[in-house]
Design a protein around this ligand. Structure first.
Ligand code: NAD
Ligand code: ZN
Length: 355
């Protein structure tokens, strides 16, 4: 079966394009009493960014806590707070931030119209009702969350996305200016998420011309940004992120992402940095990619943490292995249909213990 996937219907790109948000939203505001919810990464709370947000009288601004990756109980809390505050649903949910805040916005827009807890919807196509109109505005480039049909959440049992056609943003605003203030390390970790998406898609068994087309261009842009540091790096990385997202939408990620999910579930390591930690030990699977990644790291002068599994509790290690092994399509993409023979539990354990 060929995947019949939904893409973001409206995209605006360019430095300064954020200023057009007011105009875009004016068509979505139903009446003077209705309201829009802005979910904005708390990194902007003590800056003058708020003055640039087109807030109207009844709108709600919530600073998102992204100290940890989004949890299902956090989403449920946000939804409850919004519903408690107002007796009607909002006209829109606007997520402004990195992958975490964009996923929070997607999940909140879905959970306002679907009953129960967000943990009930972790999986594929469980969502029943369309979401509230939702807009994604990245302030970090790399995750591809602006393009994808998933909102990745950590629940009590698993780290797994709410995957559905309704998850996809109705509109994205790609303004590279918004990424300029990101800390150097975070810029690198999130940028490497995109680079690793490309490596895993382009070397995977699921590769096809669609995924290759987007993946190769995204890879070229990442190489340009991280090896040559061009003047237009912010523009290039933002497009790389979107293209990388489109590439994996029609293929899949691989070994590094499977291991990174386990690191994040067991040890709370965030996605970008977790990928960097894991990728460094995957030379046997991705020799060219890992060599180039090390060169990029050297140029960026960013440290990758080591020894994070040194004192790991055995139960937690077991959970990490279970989470990693549960991501079957990722392994199949990376290693082929007989991946289970190539990747027994012990081998994953060995890899984790090196990190
Ligand atoms: P993030 O959103 O977790 O943010 C990382 C840190 O950077 C936070 O402390 C945040 O406050 C700060 N920050 C963000 N923008 C900033 C800016 N412009 N200036 C200063 N600080 C800024 O980081 P991320 O790497 O973009 O996202 C990781 C998350 O994305 C994970 O939760 C991961 O699961 C998710 N993800 C989702 C998808 C998807 O398709 N939905 C794909 C990959 C990753
Ligand atoms: Zn990723």
């Amino acid at each position: 079966m060929f995947r019949n996937f939904k893409v973001v219907p409206k995209i605006i790109f360019g430095k300064g394009s954020f200023a057009q948000l007011e105009d875009i939203l004016s068509y979505k505001r139903k009446n003077p009493e209705s309201y829009i919810v802005f979910l904005i990464d708390h990194a902007f709370e003590d800056t003058n960014f708020k003055n640039r947000v087109p807030l109207k009288n009844n709108d709600i601004l919530i600073w998102t806590n992204t100290n940890t990756e989004p949890k299902t109980h956090y989403i449920d809390q946000l939804v409850q707070d919004i519903k408690k505050n107002k007796d009607m649903l909002p006209d829109g949910i606007i997520g402004i931030g990195g992958g975490s805040t964009m996923d929070i916005a997607k999940a909140v827009s879905l959970m306002l119209t679907n009953l129960g807890s967000s943990e009930d919807y972790q999986g594929w196509d469980i969502i029943k009702n369309p979401a509230i109109y939702h807009v994604g505005i990245p302030t970090l480039s790399g995750t591809g969350a602006e393009a994808s049909r998933t909102a990745i959440l950590t629940g009590p049992q698993k780290k797994l996305g709410i995957n559905s056609d309704y998850t996809v943003f109705d509109q994205i605003v790609l303004d590279p200016d918004l990424t300029e203030g990101a800390p150097k390390d975070q810029h690198f970790y999130t940028g490497m998420d995109c680079y690793i998406h490309c490596v895993e898609a382009l070397t995977g068994t699921y590769l096809n011309a669609f995924s290759q087309g987007y993946g190769e261009k995204a890879m070229e842009l990442c190489q340009n940004v991280f090896l040559l540091n061009p003047k237009e790096a912010a523009d290039e990385l933002m497009i790389a992120s979107y293209f990388g997202g489109m590439s994996i939408a029609y293929s899949q990620v691989g070994v590094c992402h499977a291991l990174s999910y386990g690191l994040s579930f067991g040890l709370g390591v965030k996605h970008g940095i977790g990928n960097c930690i894991a990728f460094d030990y995957l030379e046997e699977f991705y020799p060219k990619g890992v060599a180039e990644f090390r060169k990029m790291q050297e140029i960026a002068k960013v440290e990758i943490p080591r020894g994070i599994t040194k004192d790991v509790d055995n139960d937690i290690l077991e959970k990490m292995i279970t989470v990693a092994l549960g991501l079957e399509p990722l392994w199949e993409n990376a290693l082929g249909k007989d991946w289970k023979k190539k990747m027994p539990k012990e081998r994953i354990k060995e890899l984790y213990l090196k990190m």
